[in-house]
Design a protein around this ligand. Structure first.
Ligand code: GLN
Length: 484
């Protein structure tokens, strides 16, 4: 059961060899036993999950089931789910029960999936290590001294330790792909605009994108089928004909041109990660793909550009947390302004405050042109690099993160070192492109290594197909952390 694919679970449910209630209980039991040490979930509510499971069982009996009916899915605590505590990893929302469903939650609900619980995350999705959550750090199932990556670290740890068959994440600068890489699982950030941001608590709206996290590329496809869809309540949601993301899973790799960006294999990449990634590229070549060298010359600009734009958008998005309408309010205050100030001072953690300060600064009169506008221009140039690269290749592959998981506390005192863990993922968000990470081996420390596959706009099905072919020929995605 631990390594069963979603398709296998779905078949067991359809054939009545297993009920959704049994399946949900199985994972709730695993959470009960293991969550203490991993801290992957902020909220579990067995009664609520089991009620949903029983509803799914009724649907299965009536023959009205789809591929995800009855499947328990862990939801990142950034998605509002009606009646569920939805904290976004922040003290600011530590008392917030969502009064409505995010579009993503609605779609899972309509598909008959079960919410298995809400997963831990960096506060407001700001971080690469899951150490900034008010609910405490998440631990990496491969080595409990290590971080699971962030900000979707709770979802990643939950899938890696098989506390959930699948989960959701969000990715603003790498938060699906980097934790997937660091915990040996798969995750895809779709093309910007495919997954509605309605009810997904905003960090940096022009970059935020939800996506699935699971054991295999094959499992990501049906999850993506549910998550993608037009939503008029998100002004950047794309209206396109529905696609079936499973349709290219079995397409052979023959003739596929995979671009290797020289800048992704340069200084800063750990040798053991490079070795695992090169072995994966060799495997892709053996399966028929043709490696070609490409250039992404402005890669080094992506971190500075992101750390102007993302904080600018965050400072605006987070202005709504004022202690008045919902969320944390300081218990004692003199007047309105004192109440605002204390509520924000006490409700937000250090990293969130740092971003609000940077964002407010770069948007202020006199600095706007020098920083914000300049960063917007560079964002266009970074996107153009990818467009040029896709002239000579179909997919781009490289490392997801420059090194394997670091230890808890190792980078918390040095924000810039932390920011550098997203060097290969951030440009993809700036360009709005889809990015996938799959496990391809282990580093010298025995911690997982991820391969990133970047596609052109709307090439998710092709990316998943390439990953699935690789996973049919290898078994990295089936390896289990010690003790699991
Ligand atoms: N680690 C990056 C940051 O701290 C990206 C986070 C994300 O993708 N949500 O902003």
């Amino acid at each position: 059961m631990l390594n069963a694919s979603l398709r296998e679970l779905s078949r067991l449910l359809a054939e009545k060899k297993l009920s959704s209630e049994e399946l949900t209980r199985y994972f709730l039991d695993r959470i009960e036993r293991r969550n203490g040490e991993l801290n992957a979930f902020i909220t579990v509510d067995p009664e609520r999950s089991l009620t949903q499971a029983r509803r799914a069982d009724a649907r299965l009996r009536e023959g009205r089931a789809g591929p995800l009916t009855g499947i328990p899915v862990a939801q990142k605590d950034i998605f509002c789910a009606q009646g569920w505590l939805t904290t976004c990893g922040s003290r600011m929302l530590s008392n917030f029960t969502a009064p409505y469903d995010a579009h993503v939650i609605e779609r899972f609900d309509r598909a008959g999936a079960v919410i298995l619980g809400k997963t831990n995350m960096d506060e407001f999705a700001m971080g690469s290590s899951n150490e900034t959550s008010y609910a405490g750090p998440v631990r990496n199932p491969w080595d409990r001294r290590a971080v699971p990556g962030g900000s979707s670290g709770g979802s990643a740890a939950a899938v890696a330790a098989r506390l959930a068959p699948a989960a959701t994440g969000t990715d603003t600068g790498g938060s699906i792909r980097q934790p997937a890489a660091l915990t040996g699982i798969c995750g895809i950030k779709p093309t910007y605009g495919l997954v509605s941001r309605y009810g997904m608590i905003a960090f940096a709206s022009s970059l935020d994108q939800g996506g699935p996290m699971a054991k295999s590329a094959e499992d990501l496809a049906p999850l993506l089928n549910v998550m993608v869809g037009f939503d008029p309540r998100d002004s950047t949601s794309l209206e396109r004909p529905a696609e079936d993301y499973t349709r290219l899973l079995d397409q052979p790799l023959a003739g596929l041109r995979v671009g290797l960006p020289r800048e992704y294999f340069a200084e800063g990449l750990a040798e053991d990660v490079a070795r695992a990634v090169e072995a994966a590229v060799a495997e892709l070549r053996r399966l028929g793909a043709e490696p070609v060298e490409v250039r992404l010359p402005n890669t080094r600009l992506s971190i500075p550009v992101y750390y102007v734009l993302a904080p600018a958008e965050a400072s605006s998005n987070l202005a709504r947390y004022d202690g008045v309408r919902y969320g944390y309010r300081t218990p004692e205050y003199r007047d309105l302004v004192d109440m605002y100030e204390k509520s924000r001072a006490e409700g937000f953690g250090a990293e969130v405050k740092r971003r609000i300060l940077i964002g407010t600064y770069v948007l202020s009169h006199g600095y706007y042109d020098a920083y914000y506008l300049q960063a917007q221009k560079l964002r266009r140039i970074i996107a153009r690099d990818f467009a040029d690269a896709f002239q000579s290749c179909d997919l781009i592959v490289g490392p997801t993160a420059p090194a394997t998981a670091f230890n808890l506390g190792e980078k918390s005192g040095d924000p810039v070192a932390m920011y550098l863990s997203d060097i290969y993922t951030i440009a993809v968000n700036l360009a709005g492109l889809p990015g996938l990470s799959i496990p391809v081996g282990f580093g010298a420390d025995g911690r997982p290594v991820g391969l990133q596959i970047i596609g052109n706009y709307f090439s998710e099905a092709r990316m998943l197909g390439a990953a699935h072919r690789y996973q049919q020929a290898t078994d990295w995605h089936l390896r289990l952390p010690p003790g699991v």
